[in-house]
Design a binder for this molecule. Structure first.
Ligand code: KG4
Ligand code: ZN
Length: 359
């Protein structure tokens, strides 16, 4: 059973072919980083236009890489939301047209559920059984959510960010300091060169649900730190570096980044990791979780991976491989396979939903 997955919710155009919900035969991703980088964030209109340009070649690449013909496909799974509505519409319109032309089922998938399936499909590939109830920490540029998942794959929302998502905080701090977009990968690379204890940030205290997150206070504290120094010259040097080379190496960044700034990056990252793991650990305890799934772009963070492995968590923790952590379509096809098995098909009137929730 071969499912074509299509993902266009944000700034990656992705298509993948997954067999029987466990073998990733191909996974093609066209990144729009070069388009949005100079703006320091995703520009929705440009994203839609780039998806339009990329969708046909990306689907062709996914089929070619997996030696699949259109007529070999059993169903098409596509991201229905959450995401940018114009971007979602490109993938959904393409998926609907193709499903209609081929006369095969169409399956709308929640992007967040896709991120969770990135971990489940890789566990199946390894022949490993993830035990339930599971706690999922989905951390990306758009989401910071904690869900309880039971064996029937139903979800209960336990906590979420009240303001910025964790990835968004990485992106905003990087932008402020002249490191470009996206911020997560650069901060991840440079944090080991600074001291995580150099700058003290106050942990966010939540009124009401203690499992909710907040990163706006941390972002403001970084802004205050920035304003208390004369940073203009070094930020100018980093912006110049980015103009001459859109993907500087860590060595090139280090040449234009003083120790004090590296300390700030290390301390910022350590604080985000601490906030994520503290709540994940409390939530796992609360629901008696037998596994912890961490997924989404921020799950690429090497500091977070190391901290999660060494933290005294009450259950085993699972991360996707880095290429399945950020947006991709293999996770959408994997989630689609589960829905197909349960007979949860969509019809051609399915709308794109910018704020689609999972629970
Ligand atoms: O899942 P994703 O590709 O897209 C969304 O659904 O948002 O996540 C992108 C986010 C960006 O905010 C990016 O800065 C962050 O993931 N990210 C990272 C790392 N790699 C990507 N954050 C921290 N460390 C990383 N290594
Ligand atoms: Zn995502």
């Amino acid at each position: 059973m071969r499912i074509l997955g299509i993902e266009t919710s944000c700034d990656e155009t992705a298509a993948a072919v997954v067999e029987d919900g466990e073998r990733i035969l191909s996974s093609a991703v066209a990144s729009q980083l070069a388009t949005h980088g100079p703006y320091g964030g995703v520009v929705p209109e440009l994203a839609s236009r780039e998806h339009l340009r990329a969708i046909v070649p990306v689907v062709r690449a996914a089929l070619r890489d997996s030696s699949t013909e259109f007529t070999d496909l059993t169903a098409i799974a596509v991201t229905q939301g959450p995401g940018l509505v114009g971007s979602l519409l490109v993938g959904m319109t393409y998926a609907k047209s193709l499903a209609f032309a081929l006369g095969i089922p169409l399956i709308g998938v929640n992007h967040i559920e896709g991120h969770i399936h990135a971990v489940l499909i890789e566990a199946r590939q390894r022949g490993e059984a993830i035990e339930f109830p599971s706690l999922a920490l989905v951390v990306s540029g758009g989401h910071t959510h904690l869900f309880e998942i039971n064996a029937e794959m139903t979800y209960r929302l336990l906590g979420k960010t009240r303001d910025d998502a964790a990835g968004e905080a990485f992106d905003k701090v990087a932008k402020l300091l002249g490191f470009g977009y996206p911020g997560g990968p650069v901060i991840d690379q440079l944090a080991p060169f600074g001291s995580p204890k150099a700058v003290r940030f106050t942990p966010a205290r939540m009124k009401g649900n203690a499992l909710d997150f907040s990163f706006s206070g941390l972002k403001t504290a970084v802004l205050r730190w920035f304003e208390a120094r004369d940073m203009a010259e070094e930020v100018k040097r980093r912006r110049a570096l980015l103009r001459s080379n859109p993907r500087p190496t860590p060595e090139e960044w280090l040449a234009v980044t003083p120790r004090e700034t590296l300390d700030l990056l290390a301390s910022f990252q350590a604080t985000v990791i601490e906030e994520l793991l503290r709540r994940a650990s409390a939530a796992a305890e609360e629901i008696g979780a037998r596994s912890l799934i961490v997924s989404g772009g921020v799950a690429c963070n090497s500091g977070l991976r190391a901290a999660a492995q060494s933290a005294a968590l009450p259950c085993p923790v699972y991360f996707p491989s880095p290429k399945l952590s950020t947006d991709n379509a293999a996770m959408i096809a994997a989630a689609g396979f589960e829905k197909l098995r349960r007979g949860e098909l969509s019809d051609f009137s399915m709308p794109a939903k910018a704020n689609l929730t999972l629970a």
